[in-house]
Design a protein around this ligand. Structure first.
Ligand code: NI
Length: 433
């Protein structure tokens, strides 16, 4: 399948911006350049006229728990531990594979409609998440959440290895897998060492929550006499590629370790705000050379999976925290939400920018609207003015998944209906327990 996107405002996220054309051959971008520059002889099966549209790389949601969309609005405005122990864990205990499949499709639908083409997910019943990803057509980095202090911890790790072997590189390369130790306070060092050995054997990375709350920092300090980041450094966790979610409370030493070890950080500003966790020192991390991407976290703590809004929140939050409007400018926020995220997932060789040879994960934005006019600075528009409803067309791996806001891969009404059914059953199962 050959696809030609004509006359778009192309924002490559490599530093160039022009009105031009993008040629897609199979799953990859075969040409990107000014209007009329597509090599002669390229005969597209389909041409999209992108006049008055911006073309950007797809957004990368670096950290979420997709199926938690079923709990959107179910438990809000509670302290973190009460939220987890009284609300989230009891209802999660009732989840079936069917729930996780429909919850993940609901998440996928929401992400697709808001310009996210890749997401990093940590949850359970990951075969069902992978099935949802395969069907909807998105790209995802998936891992089973591992709780080292749980009774079946070793068995779950063994299952996790099976999952990696079955799905890493599946769905035409759209699905990659990692191992997902939940956090240092649920996975003691001895267990993390087992996970690390398994990751070494499989040649995959790790996706972990790190330094999210002050309580975590105090608990780890009390138990091990150091910060969570220092503890991970001590057990050599960072010898493997690591995607670290949150990193809210960091010392200068922590930041130095993250930079030196090339750890990818998933910054989740809205989740951190909603749970009252704090403000991650993103500007300091970026200045130190840490690679930072952006994530939404799960819908129970956000409450949506909207990377367009998340990008804006990331930029605004640093400015207000530092009382400095020059930190995290729009172009930098867009970079974090695309190529920064791709790098954090170890996928920047394949996605994250619009360049020849990369996978064709492309979003077209409808610019012909009052809130995006006039077109002084399109990157600023996408970060400070755009909404997810401006996402018009989404292409992943060379395949059009949504055209003119119409989703082509799944039946939207059915996903809403089935996810609603699962959510109602879960709530009644918890209340009758
Ligand atoms: Ni999380």
């Amino acid at each position: 399948m050959k696809l030609l996107i004509r006359n778009a405002y192309v924002i490559t996220v490599t530093g160039t911006e022009f009105v031009g054309d993008i040629a897609v051959d199979g799953a990859r971008i075969s040409h990107v350049g000014p209007t009329g520059s597509v090599p002669e002889g390229f005969e597209p099966d389909e041409t999209i006229d992108a006049t008055a549209k911006a073309a950007t790389p797809g957004l990368v949601n670096c950290h979420t728990h997709a199926a938690m969309t079923l709990f959107r609005g179910y438990a809000d405005d509670l302290p973190l531990m009460e939220w987890l122990t009284q609300k989230v864990w009891p209802i999660e205990a009732k989840l079936t594979g069917d729930d996780i499949y429909w919850g993940s499709l609901l998440a996928g639908l929401e992400m697709l409609k808001s310009g996210t083409t890749t997401f990093a997910d940590q949850y359970f019943e990951m075969d069902r998440v992978a099935q949802a990803v395969e069907e909807i057509g998105l790209r995802a980095s998936l891992c089973r959440g591992l709780i080292g202090v749980a009774p079946r911890a070793d068995q779950v790790l063994a299952e996790s290895l099976e999952f990696v072997r079955a799905w890493h590189g599946a769905a035409g390369g759209r699905i990659t897998a990692m191992l997902g130790p939940h956090a240092p306070y649920t996975c003691p060092p001895a267990y993390l060492e087992k996970v690390l050995a398994a990751a070494d054997e499989l040649g995959v990375g790790l996706h972990i929550h790190l330094a999210e709350t002050r309580t975590e920092i105090e608990q780890i300090k009390q138990e091990y006499g150091c910060s969570p980041i220092e503890l991970m450094e001590r057990i050599n966790l960072f010898e493997r590629p690591v995607l670290a979610a949150h990193c809210v409370h960091l010392s200068e030493t922590d930041i130095e370790i993250l930079a030196r070890r090339g750890v990818g950080v998933a910054h989740n500003p809205q989740s951190n705000m909603k749970l009252g966790s704090g403000i991650a020192p993103v500007a300091r991390m970026l200045a130190a050379g840490v690679n930072v991407g952006i994530g939404t976290d799960g819908a129970a703590s956000n409450n949506d999976l909207n990377m367009v809004e998340e990008m804006r929140t990331a930029a605004l939050l640093q400015k207000v925290a530092l009382e400095d409007p020059t930190v995290l400018p729009a172009g930098r926020a867009l970079e974090m939400a695309t190529v920064g995220g791709a790098r954090a997932l170890g996928l920047d060789g394949e996605i994250g920018t619009l360049e020849m040879g990369k996978r064709a994960d492309i979003v077209l934005w409808n610019l012909n609207q009052a809130h995006l006019s006039p077109a002084h600075n399109l990157q600023a528009h996408l970060v400070y003015s755009a909404s997810r409803a401006d996402v018009d067309t989404v292409i992943v791996n060379g395949r059009v998944l949504m055209r003119d806001r119409r989703v082509l891969t799944v039946d939207e009404e059915r996903v809403l209906r089935e996810a609603g059914r699962c959510a109602r059953r879960l709530v009644s199962a918890v209340s009758s327990a």
